[in-house]
Ligand binder design. Sequence first.
Ligand code: HEC
Ligand code: HEC
Ligand code: HEC
Length: 132
Amino acid sequence: MTTGAPRKEKPTVRPMRLASATAVLGFVSTLFLLSPGAAQVKVPPDFTFPQGKDSPGVVTFSHEFHKGKVEKCTGCHTKVFKMKKGQTGELTMAKMKAGELCGACHNGKTEVGGKVVFAADDKANCEKCHKK
Ligand code: HEC
Ligand code: HEC
Ligand code: HEC
C-alpha cells in the first residue's frame, strides 16, 4: 500500500535514461556498421572501356573474374588503376607495353598464383581482350 509512491517515481526516470541510452547505442552501432562496410566495397559489375583509335574490338573488364585471380584490391587499386571509371586516363597499348595499366600483369612475365599472365603485346592474345 505504502510502496505505491516510490514505484510511481521510477517509471518517469527510467524511460528517459532508456531513451538516451538507446540513442547513444544507436549512434555507436551505426559507426561500427559503417566502418567495416567501407572496407568491403562492393565489386562493380563487368564494364567496357571506350574504344581508342584503331582499337581492334571492345574490351570488357571483369572484376568478378579478376577477383578470383588477384587476391587483393590493392593489386590494382590505386597504384595501377583509380577506383573510379574513366579516372585512370586513356588506356593505350604503348602504356601497357611499358608495364602500366593492364600491362602491369599482362606482360608475359608476371606470375599470379603460380601462372604467367598472358602478354598484352602478343598478337596471339589481342582477341582475349578485344572482342569483335
Ligand atoms: C586486375 C585489376 C583490378 C582489381 C584486382 C580490382 N579492380 Fe577495381 N577497377 C579496375 C579497373 C581497370 C577499373 C576502372 C578504372 C578506370 O576506368 O579508370 C576499376 C574500377 C573500380 C571501381 C569504380 C567503378 C565505377 O563504376 O566507377 C570500384 C568501386 C572498384 N574498382 C572496386 C574494386 C574492389 C572492391 C576490388 C577488390 C575486390 C577491385 N576493384 C579490384 C581494376 C581492378
Ligand atoms: C590485357 C588486355 C589487352 C590485350 C591482350 C590487348 N589489348 Fe589493346 N587495349 C586494351 C584496352 C583495355 C584498351 C583501351 C580500350 C580500347 O581502346 O578498346 C586497348 C586499346 C587498344 C588500341 C587503341 C589505343 C592505342 O593504344 O592505340 C589499340 C590500337 C589496341 N588496343 C590494339 C591491340 C592489339 C593489336 C593487341 C594484340 C597485339 C591488343 N590491343 C591486345 C586491352 C588489351
Ligand atoms: C594485377 C594483375 C592484373 C591486371 C592489372 C590485369 N589483369 Fe587481367 N588477368 C590477370 C590474371 C592473373 C588473369 C588470369 C591468368 C591468365 O589468364 O593469364 C587475367 C586474365 C584476364 C583475361 C582473361 C579472362 C578469361 O576469361 O580467361 C582478360 C580478358 C583480362 N585479364 C583483361 C584485363 C584487362 C582488360 C586489364 C586492364 C584493364 C587487366 N586484365 C588487368 C591479372 C591482371
